[in-house]
Structures are given as structure tokens and as C-alpha cells.
Design a protein around this ligand. Structure first.
Ligand SMILES: C[S@@+](CC[C@H](N)C(=O)[O-])C[C@H]1O[C@@H](n2cnc3c(N)ncnc32)[C@H](O)[C@@H]1O
Length: 358
């Protein structure tokens, strides 16, 4: 092997991984790691081939070895986060996250990592995954701070209604099969029960209801449960669920404007990210609530001062600072509680609770 260049060895190992020859890929990567012990790429490739065989523990060890050789590099650090999310049960995240943190013993080291990657064009996945791990290790505020690196300035117009309809005509059929979608709603169920429960005989509106995943949790809280969604395919799935008394196919702002003073509770979950400006939504929701009624809203966060930003990778989403939401709530005449920080679509989110004053 001594006459082979590292770049050629990388090519061979990658080809072995592509062919599913993971044992040979791992063996070669380990041999190369011995030959070029200062290069992070070989333990990283070993980690990748081990992960492809579901071997979490050795994959994590190899990946940490790669991190140790290239502490400020994107690939090894991003792969470590991805390994935790995809191969390791959440209960073990705190312990393994601490092992990773030992490569960055001081706050200054961690700042150096963030600074080194802050402008990297492929940083979205890394900071997104890091923020998800932080949520799973109960570091919600830090998760919001890391997620800020997934954001950029507003640069595109929001998708028109027909683009959203087309998007969900593709997604509707398999939407509920995705555990990320199910876990997002299930993870906030206790919050929904606390925020919207306890009012006998009330109507609850699930605005942007999609297939009705939240219906499982909202149904016991409501005498009448109404869904609203723009997408005919999502509406069809939601009706099939049998959980809702009525499902309206419409833009949610238009529909809420047609229901003045009707709802004891409104949930808008995983949908506000389509809206660069939430003012019309909050006003429509306030008017649709009875006095004392509550709105619960999932919104992606933009850390720091007042701002609306958008994601630079993944699904395009509009994200707002807490200050922005507080100002919008005040302008809409809603009383707002401090937000909970929760995971939604595997990213940090603010879960806001607003009350229409009596
Ligand atoms: C990602 S899905 C979330 C569905 C559901 N709330 C959940 O959390 O599982 C977003 C939904 O918002 C709907 N949506 C987007 N813009 C909308 C609008 N202006 N009015 C009503 N629904 C809208 C989409 O059709 C889609 O079903």
C-alpha cells in the first residue's frame, strides 16, 4: 500500500462503500489510518462504513477519532451528530455528547469550532443536527443559538398557494409514515393538553392540520374539532382519520376570518414557517377565539434581536426571533406566555401560547 496516494485510497474505500462491501472498506480504512495517522479522512471513512452496517459503537469511536484529528472540520463533526441522531437512542445522547464535548474542553474551543464553520456553505446539516442533539440533551436555549447558523437573510418570496398544494399532493400519501412527522406532534402532546385542555364543550381548530396527526391529541380536548388545510390531498387524509367533525379545504387565514368568536382553542403546528409575516394570522386567530381562548403556535426561532430570517438549507422556512413574536402578539391584542423550546421536524422550535384577553 505504500506506493498508493491517500487520494487514491479514499477513492477505493468510497467505491467499496458504494458497492456495499463494508467489511473490506472498514479494513482498508483502518489500515490507511495506521499508515497516515494524521489524516482524519480514514477514520471518518471507517466510521461511515461501520455505520452503514448499523455498528453504532465502533462507528462512533472511529468518528470521534476523526474529530480528534480535525477538531474544526465540518465532515467529522457533522457525521458524529448524524450518527447520534440516526443510530443512537436519545437516552444515550447526553453521555455521548459529553464525550464529543471533551474534544472541545473550553468554551473558547467551542467558539473556535463555531467560528470555523459559521460561513461554510454546507453548514446547515451540521448546525441543524447539533441543535437537535442539544434539544435532546435539554440545552434548549443553546439549541436555538446553534440553529441561528442555519439561517440567512430573507431572499425569496414565499411559495404561492398552488406550489404548496402541489408539494403536498406528492407528500400526503406517505406523510404519516415518516416518524419525524409523527414524533413532532407526539412530542408536544403534553403541552397541547396543558395549553388547550380543561375547557368543557369547546371548539378547537387545528389550522394547517395536514393529515390530522395532531387530531389524536386534540380530539379528547374538544367537543367540536375543526381542521383547516390548503391541500386537498392532506384534507382527504385528515377526513379519513375520522378524528375531526369538519375539515375545511381553505387558506387558514381566510377560514379563521369566517369563524369569529367560535374557538376555545386554536393550534397552528408546523405551518407558520410558510408565512414571512405572521400579523394577519395572529389577528385572524385572535378574532376566531372566544375571550379567554388560547392559540398554540409552533414557530421556528431566529436567535437574537428582532428579525425574520429564512433557512439556508433543507426545507425553506421563515424563522422569527422571540422579540418579533412578542411585538406581533401585542399588536394583535394577544397576551403571550414565554415560549417552550421543543423539537419539531427534528429542529428547535418555539411553542408559543397566546390568550385572547377576557
Ligand atoms: C408540514 S405540514 C404540517 C401538518 C400538521 N399541522 C402537522 O404538524 O403534522 C404543513 C401543512 O400546512 C398546510 N398549509 C400551508 N400553508 C397553508 C395555508 N395558507 N392555509 C392552510 N394550510 C396551509 C399544508 O398544506 C400542510 O398540510
Amino acid at each position: 500500500m505504500s506506493d498508493i496516494a491517500p487520494a487514491d485510497a479514499v477513492g477505493i474505500i468510497n467505491a467499496l462503500i458504494r458497492d456495499g462491501r463494508h467489511q473490506e472498506a472498514t479494513d482498508l480504512a483502518v489500515r490507511c489510518d495506521g499508515q497516515w495517522p494524521n489524516l482524519a479522512i480514514f477514520p471518518l471513512l471507517a466510521a461511515q462504513s461501520l455505520a452503514s452496517r448499523g455498528q453504532a459503537e465502533p462507528a462512533l469511536s472511529a468518528c470521534l477519532r476523526a474529530v480528534g484529528k480535525d477538531r474544526l472540520g465540518l465532515e467529522s463533526n457533522a457525521f458524529f451528530m448524524a450518527l447520534l441522531i440516526h443510530l443512537v437512542p436519545q437516552v444515550h445522547w447526553p453521555q455521548l455528547y459529553d464525550v464529543w464535548r471533551q474534544n472541545f474542553p473550553s468554551a473558547a474551543d467551542l467558539d473556535a469550532l463555531v467560528a470555523a464553520l459559521a460561513e461554510h456553505p454546507q453548514r446547515y446539516d451540521f448546525f441543524g443536527a447539533w441543535s437537535r442533539i442539544l434539544l435532546g440533551t435539554e440545552h434548549g436555549t443553546e439549541a436555538v443559538d446553534r440553529f441561528a447558523h442555519c439561517l440567512g437573510p430573507l431572499s425569496e418570496a414565499p411559495p404561492p398557494a398552488d406550489a404548496i398544494v402541489a408539494e403536498y399532493s406528492d407528500k400526503a400519501i406517505a406523510y404519516d409514515d415518516d416518524s419525524v412527522h409523527r414524533n413532532s406532534v407526539d412530542g408536544i402532546a403534553p403541552h397541547l393538553t396543558r395549553g388547550l385542555g380543561g375547557q368543557a364543550g369547546q371548539t378547537i381548530i387545528d389550522a394547517g392540520c395536514g393529515t390530522g396527526l395532531a387530531g389524536h391529541h386534540l380530539r379528547p380536548l374538544a367537543k367540536r374539532l375543526i381542521g383547516i388545510d390548503l391541500s386537498p390531498d392532506m384534507v382527504a387524509r385528515c377526513r379519513e382519520s375520522g378524528l375531526y367533525d369538519t375539515v375545511i379545504e381553505a387558506d387558514l387565514i381566510a377560514a379563521l376570518n369566517d369563524m369569529p368568536g367560535q374557538a376555545g382553542g386554536i393550534a397552528i403546528l408546523g405551518c407558520a414557517y410558510y408565512f414571512p409575516d405572521l400579523a394577519p394570522m395572529l389577528t385572524a386567530a385572535r378574532d376566531a377565539l372566544v375571550p379567554g381562548g388560547r392559540l398554540m403556535l409552533i414557530d421556528f426561532p431566529a436567535a437574537g434581536a428582532k428579525s425574520v430570517r429564512q433557512t439556508i438549507g433543507g426545507t425553506r422556512r421563515y424563522c422569527r426571533s422571540a422579540e418579533t413574536i412578542r411585538d406581533l402578539a401585542a399588536a394583535a391584542g394577544l397576551v403571550v406566555q414565554p415560549p417552550d423550546i421543543v423539537a419539531y421536524f427534528n429542529l428547535p422550535c418555539y411553542l408559543w401560547t397566546f390568550t385572547r384577553p377576557e
